[in-house]
Design a binder for this molecule. Sequence first.
Ligand code: TYM
Length: 338
Amino acid sequence: MDEKKKVMLSGIKPSGDLTLGSYLGAIKNWAERAEQFDCYYFMADLHALTTRQNPADLRRRTLEQLAQYVACGLDPEKNTLFIQSHVPAHAELGWVLSCYTMFGELSRMTQFKDKSQKNADNINGGLFAYPSLMAADILLYQPDYVPVGDDQKQHVELTRDVAQRFNNLYGETFRVPEPYIPKVGARVMDLLNPESKMSKSDDVGNGRVCLMDSPEDIMRKFKRAVTDSDTDEHCVRFDPQNKPGVANLMQIYAACTGRSFEEIEAEFTGQGYGAFKLAVGESVVEMLRPIREEAQRLMKDKAYLEDLCRTGADRAGRIAYKTLRKVYKKVGLVAAVR
Ligand code: TYM
């Protein structure tokens, strides 16, 4: 008999259109793991509410994200795909865990500090308690691994602390998960501002490449990507400290083509940045073309998407409520009589 598969879980908030960063940092790695793990992936729509959303856009993006998950290779038969708000256990456990997450811990979160600066007129309670909800998202499914990009590592570490704290108080309740960070693509930077990460929520535009961008738009963005004034024949070399723009393009090219940095350096020796940027752009266009076409096709099939939502939420809900019932019992809530 097969040994029980390890569990993997992750989510993306539909607060903006998915980018090359979301793909290389997250979804691409998820799609490669379906055989090996029991996988849960969701649209973190409740998390998106922590910053103001246009309701119609949020609805569109949430469904589009589901179509994109499938188009990126997440087979709904092999992976449980669902919308976070369709499994109310997330909000329920989120509340409980917020009572086991300390004010000081939440205050130290880099994302909270960043987002507070960017949304100074809307530093709401949800933004602050965000990591408790994220801990609930994770711990409900008892995963072994949480595959995320570099920027989410701190939240997964806090989740571990909360899980351990709870287990120490009430006995073994949650599995303590590990973050699972990809070797390349863990931090795709903005093409025009390689000091900051490519973000789907920030209103930037030309520095970010979206999964649904046309090939012409993608090429235009790569042609304009920031490099530096180096004219050396080895100007294409990996030096993130001194050459952040070039290092970012190399990371992207490495992730798209599977080549190593040494191979890329050799390939572009004696060539200027013009040829390099074209090659990176073309590799991205070719990687994203089938994804865009398939997502567009799926978006037209509303019945199929609705069916996916229902099946995914049912499957996820069964596991989630098992954990939630256990937690309610441990903390002393009276079981509901049904
Ligand atoms: P979010 O929606 O900001 O990003 C989703 C995933 O994409 C990764 N990512 C990137 N990776 C590389 N380069 C980039 N430029 C880049 N931008 C984004 C992120 O690291 C992340 O893995 N809080 C989470 C969503 C969430 C979640 C969860 C994740 C909610 N609950 C439970 C895991 C488990 C977030 O805002 O990710």
